[in-house]
Design a protein around this ligand. Structure first.
Ligand SMILES: C[S@@+](CC[C@H](N)C(=O)[O-])C[C@H]1O[C@@H](n2cnc3c(N)ncnc32)[C@H](O)[C@@H]1O
Length: 339
């Protein structure tokens, strides 16, 4: 379809959606599964909590009807600005609203732009290819950039503050918890001994020197991921975002979440199954489970070989779908809790 800035691929070929909506900014993963998992009403209201390059949003709008609305949210202003130019026509016709903000605030965003309950929320977690590709954003150990890593460039905490001021034990904890890195103490010790460290390359060099050559690339990925998660408070934001999504969805509305590592996927899975992050299922006095979602995917959906062949990022993607339960099943008091 014209106007969405995507490649010219036969629209009827669903298996090629991942090519059709890809741009230089970002290639959306599992596009077809997102659309099929998310849409329950073709004239409904949907919120894309991680707009990024707008690939999923564009695919969603192509699949939706004339009365539908998509709200695209991203905390990175570059994503919003790029979206305004890619999807300007859809903004003009009122089919798309772009909001710069954190998805932890999505209840406020829905209250402002589409008061009432909505039909679907999409989370495609982590960073976009654009954020990794632009060296000055400091996300990648492959290029030389400042130690920044903020998705929201207005926020106060940058990666250099973590690397240069956190104590040895704080760094070990960060690398262990957010990076699941077994060599956390050795890496933290070397950082503390050599700092200040001011660029991504310098940090990569310090990490490389702390581990055997064979493990370099895995360790680099883990340490950069750990710091990035810390800078953007990604796990706290995810927990807040999932709770907020549960509060804005209609019964039978859908939550679709794509995770890229086990720390994200574990939270999404537990929340969809139990409504909390400990995985503790509560029951009413009759033994019925009390939970905000029913998980529709017992096993997460992953990308086809065809897709991973053209988009290596899709390799780690795990997609889960939850269907919002009724107010009673969610354990919400009946008096006017659902509009
Ligand atoms: C993987 S990309 C999304 C790509 C998008 N689905 C597409 O098709 O182009 C993730 C995006 O989510 C944004 N993001 C991550 N955490 C966020 C949060 N807590 N609030 C708002 N945006 C967030 C990032 O800035 C990034 O642009």
């Amino acid at each position: 379809m014209p106007g969405n800035g995507h490649h010219d691929v036969n629209a009827s070929d669903k298996s090629k959606q991942f090519l059709k909506y890809a741009t230089e900014y970002h290639a959306p993963v599992l596009c077809n599964d997102v659309i099929e998992g998310l849409i329950t009403d073709s004239d409904g209201i949907y919120l894309d909590a991680t707009f990024g390059g707008g690939g999923h949003a564009a695919a969603l709008m192509d699949a939706l009807g004339a009365e539908s609305l998509v709200i695209g949210v991203d905390q990175d202003l570059e994503a919003i600005e790029q979206g305004r130019s890619r999807l300007g026509a859809e903004i003009e016709t009122g089919k798309l609203i772009l909001v710069s903000g954190n998805f932890a605030r999505l209840e406020e965003i829905v209250a402002e732009y589409a008061p009432g309950k909505i039909d679907g929320v999409l989370f495609d977690l982590g960073v976009s290819s654009h954020q990794l590709d632009v060296a000055k954003r400091g996300f990648s150990h492959r290029s030389e950039g400042p130690l920044d890593m903020r998705m929201n460039t207005d926020s106060a905490l940058r990666a250099d503050a973590i690397v240069n001021t956190w104590t040895f034990s704080e760094l070990v904890r960060l690398f262990r918890i957010n990076g699941e890195e077994p060599r956390a103490p050795a890496i933290a010790r070397r950082i503390v001994n050599v700092r200040p460290i001011s660029t991504t390359r310098e940090l990569a060099e310090v990490v490389r020197k702390s581990v055997p050559e064979l493990r370099e690339s895995k360790t680099l990925a883990r340490i950069f991921q750990a710091i990035r998660i810390g800078v953007n408070e990604e796990l706290d934001m995810l927990e807040q975002g999932l709770h907020a999504a549960a509060n804005v969805l209609k019964p039978k509305g859908r939550l679709v979440a794509i995770s890229y590592h086990s720390l994200e996927d574990r939270r999404v899975k537990r929340f969809l199954r139990t409504g909390n992050f400990e995985g503790r299922l509560e029951r009413d006095i009759y033994g019925n489970p009390i939970r905000p979602f029913r998980e529709l995917t017992r096993k997460p959906v992953s990308a086809s070989e065809e897709e991973t062949g053209v988009n290596s990022r899709a390799r780690s993607a795990r997609l889960r779908i939850g269907e919002k339960t009724s107010a009673k099943e969610s354990g919400v008091a009946q008096s006017g809790a659902v509009h």
